[in-house]
Design a protein around this ligand. Structure first.
Ligand code: HAM
Length: 430
């Protein structure tokens, strides 16, 4: 029989790496709480039209990367639906905002999410078909100040704080403004006109994009196309007065907060809902897939999917890429228990379980061995799994004095049971 494996582009996350995932998520939750964000959990699949309308039919994600299927009706009362595994979470959050009339409160909604997303991309390091995002959105009616450039700057400042607290150093914030929908339409036409002459010298994808969605030409990674792209008109020249003022205010607030950024005229992002501020944080350690996170403003998304006017701004971080970056920085904590309890004989297994219970209740992490193991096997297992081994034989049980060996120092100590938890929680000194 052929052995079954995880599907291409998906993977299992195992300890000790999962400890790092948990640490990242705990840090993110604590930073989000300080900025007064609340958690939202939306379904992992949605009606396909949410993504088609929200992200744009012409985007790579919608045109070729979505996992979509016909969901057959199971009863006459049901209709067959076309459903899609979410390729991103912003559209789902905005759908939920509309569905639950969150705008009625008149307040800004500050929502964060952590969860899996699905895109049928060509898998490589840092790019998977199931990956996890940590993201957040700030959305609300214009009367709540949702369009204000201070919202953009606050989100970016929060991201700088979050990356710092995660211990990720050496990131670059790329910042651009893609303007209002009208600015973008104007720029699209300017680009289209410029590309009439240039596109025939470019790659096949660019030739197609020059006609269907000229903005996407700026995303092209083909080396030979770069000098041509550098000669194209820049979007900054197509921004109207209010988009320019908005962008200048975002930059002024970042300057005041001391958040460093690089202006990047080519940053147009791969989703059609963006308006005005767009950004990406990159990290050189990641190789080809160097975007740690991306985001921006989406002032027209709610209306595009049938909701009220609800400007918003948000981001999503690739959690897989955060983990890769931290592992490269060797910040992954090894997962080692405080103690391994080795009962000397199967008859001592129940007493060992009771001792483990006592120590775990005191907050220690404990591995429980098995009295059927020979002492050497217990020591080998303990050495891999824990900082200390606690020997529990008949004598130890009767006397209440346990033998503890600390692997880091090689020292063996007799410890009375009442002091064991305290002893085990103190780090060994050489
Ligand atoms: P995005 O740029 O498509 O934006 O994805 C955000 C981040 O998710 C990327 O920077 C990357 O770190 C990670 N990512 C994307 N695709 C993959 C993949 N195949 N494998 C691993 N990681 C990946 C969005 O998704 C927007 N919803 C962000 C946003 C929120 N904009 C406004 N609000």
């Amino acid at each position: 029989m052929t052995t079954l494996k995880a599907v291409r582009g998906t993977r299992d996350l195992l300890p000790p790496e999962t400890a790092l995932w948990n640490r990242i998520e705990a840090t993110a939750r604590s930073v989000f709480a300080r900025y007064n964000f609340g958690e939202i959990r939306t379904p992992v699949f949605e009606d396909t039209s949410l993504f088609a309308r929200g992200l744009g039919e012409e985007t790579d994600i919608v045109s070729k990367e979505m996992y979509t299927w016909e969901d057959r009706a199971r009863a006459q009362s049901e209709k067959t639906q076309t459903l899609t595994l979410r390729p991103e979470n912003t559209a789902g959050v905005v759908r939920a905002y509309i569905e639950h009339q969150l705008g009625e409160s008149g307040q800004l909604q500050k929502l964060y999410y952590i969860g899996p997303q699905f895109r049928r991309e060509r898998p490589q390091k840092g790019r998977y078909r199931q990956f996890s995002q940590i993201g957040a959105e700030v959305i609300g009616p214009p009367s709540a100040g949702s369009e204000s450039p201070i919202r953009d700057a606050e989100v970016l400042e929060m991201l700088a704080t979050l990356l710092d607290e995660l211990g990720i150093s050496g990131w670059t914030l790329h910042l651009n403004s893609v303007g209002s929908a009208a600015d973008r339409a104007r720029y699209n036409e300017t680009l289209r006109a410029a590309l009439v002459l240039l596109a025939p010298q470019m790659c096949a994808d660019c030739q197609r994009r020059a006609v269907t969605n000229p903005l996407r030409v700026l995303d092209c990674k083909v080396l030979a196309d770069q000098p041509i792209i550098d000669t194209l008109p820049v979007i900054a020249d197509s921004l109207d007065e209010s988009s320019r003022t908005h962008f200048a205010a975002v930059m002024a607030a970042l300057d005041a907060a001391g958040v460093p950024y690089t202006r990047n005229n080519r940053l147009v992002r791969g989703l059609d809902y963006y308006t005005r501020t767009t950004f990406e944080f990159t990290h050189d350690g990641l190789g080809a897939q160097n975007a740690l996170l991306g985001g921006g403003r989406y002032d027209g998304l709610s209306e595009a999917i049938g909701g009220p006017k609800a400007p918003g701004i948000g981001f999503a971080m690739g959690e897989d890429r955060l983990v890769l970056t931290l592992m490269a920085q060797e910040l992954a904590p090894p997962q080692v228990a405080d103690a391994y309890i080795a009962p000397l004989g199967e008859n001592l297994n129940p007493a060992a379980l009771s001792l483990a219970r006592e120590l775990r209740r005191a907050g220690l992490s404990v591995d429980l061995g098995d009295g059927s193991f020979r002492l050497k096997k217990s020591f080998d297992a303990a050495n891999k799994a824990a900082r200390n081994i606690v020997i529990l034989g008949e004598d130890e049980l009767q006397s209440g004095i346990l033998t503890v060996k600390t692997f880091a120092t090689g020292i063996q100590t007799k410890v009375i049971r009442a002091e064991l938890a305290c002893f085990l929680s103190t780090p060994a000194t050489e």
